[in-house]
Design a protein around this ligand. Structure first.
Ligand code: SF4
Length: 328
């Protein structure tokens, strides 16, 4: 049995102070990933800081955007009336993730911090640079069907598992954090990291910082959005490839496009060049296919995941077609 201390805090300051005072502590809220990691021996914090009593459970429509507390449950966020009306891409992505039971427990902050589902990461008998830096990467030459085609390194080719984060990356969200140096905002696309030489670091949170919420600026996409998730089962499976697509179409032309992919990189993979290519064009399948080809620049397979090189552009074209409302 692995022993650990447990404490519950009721203010953000107390949480940050606890993280500073107990360097081997971990924050727990819904626990839907952390408890698994502890049971499998992937991580063994000396203390759990329970933040479920913090006042971070509100969804506030500020007119210029939506402020979402870090402790809002994924299911509550997906069903929220203002989210469904003004940010339907987020609702679609949330409902594509996990199971209903997990969505009831999982929080927004925890969703951002969930760790890769690479099998080698969870099997402590196998090499994994993310779990144990310097031990090697089992997936590079091993079973890598679920792994990255963008942004991988010779140290790690894991993918970020979240659906919600793909939609938030496409919607230009910001991550709100609080730490010893005060509060700050991190652009969502800068929050998660590529593996590089330090795959053990998933994100750019500073030491002892706590996620307090997420902010999404208002947008003009309305319901011209689509979250497409391609997976092995109809439900409760991680994405092989997913696409968050949002289009603002006026007078028959694309004014603004937002595109991000999941299941393809160590972070939600925003496709800025493809978005630029779409701007000003009349929506059509050839236009979407061209954008998808641009999006695939730099993609690389590692053997068992080579099929993603064909699946990803097809998924991009399909998601854009559905978002645009043109008939396929
Ligand atoms: Fe570990 Fe990353 Fe390699 Fe998976 S891909 S075994 S998480 S280093």
């Amino acid at each position: 049995m692995i022993n650990f201390e447990y404490m519950r805090v009721s203010t953000v300051k107390a949480a940050v102070d606890a993280l500073r005072k107990y360097p081997d502590s971990a924050v727990i809220a819904g626990g839907t990933n952390l408890v698994d990691l502890m049971k499998k021996g992937v991580t063994s914090p000396g203390r759990l800081v329970d933040i479920t009593n913090l006042p971070l459970k509100e969804i506030i429509d500020e007119g210029t955007g939506l402020r979402i507390g870090a402790l809002v449950a994924n299911s509550d966020l997906a069903d929220d009336a203002s989210v469904q009306a003004a940010y339907p891409l987020l609702s679609q992505a949330l409902k594509a993730g996990a199971s209903a039971q997990l969505r009831n427990m999982a929080t927004v902050g925890g969703n951002l911090l969930q760790r890769t589902r690479c099998g080698y990461f969870y099997d402590v008998a196998m090499p994994c640079n993310k779990r144990k830096p310097g031990s090697g990467c089992g997936a590079l030459q091993g079973y890598n069907r679920m792994h990255a085609i963008f942004g991988g390194s010779s140290n790690c080719i894991a993918v970020h598992p979240s659906d919600m984060c793909v939609a938030l990356a496409a919607l230009d969200a910001q991550v709100l954090v609080s730490g010893p140096a005060g509060d700050r905002k991190i652009a969502f696309t800068d929050f998660h990291r590529l593996p590089g030489a330090t795959p053990e670091k998933d994100n750019n949170l500073n030491k002892n910082e706590l996620i307090t919420g997420v902010y999404i600026p208002a947008n003009q996409f309305g319901h011209r959005v689509h979250y497409l998730k391609v997976r092995d089962r109809a439900s409760y499976a991680f994405a092989l490839v997913s696409v968050a697509a949002a289009l603002n179409i006026r007078d028959g032309r694309i004014v603004t496009a937002r595109l991000a992919m999941g299941g393809v990189a160590h972070k939600p993979w925003r496709l800025f060049e493809a978005e630029k290519n779409l701007t000003g064009k009349t929506p059509s399948i050839p236009v979407f296919e061209q954008a998808a080809q641009i999006a695939m620049k730099g993609a690389k397979g590692y053997g068992a995941n080579n099929f993603k090189l064909k699946l990803a552009p097809a998924a991009l074209t399909e998601a854009l077609t559905r978002a645009s409302g043109i008939s396929a």
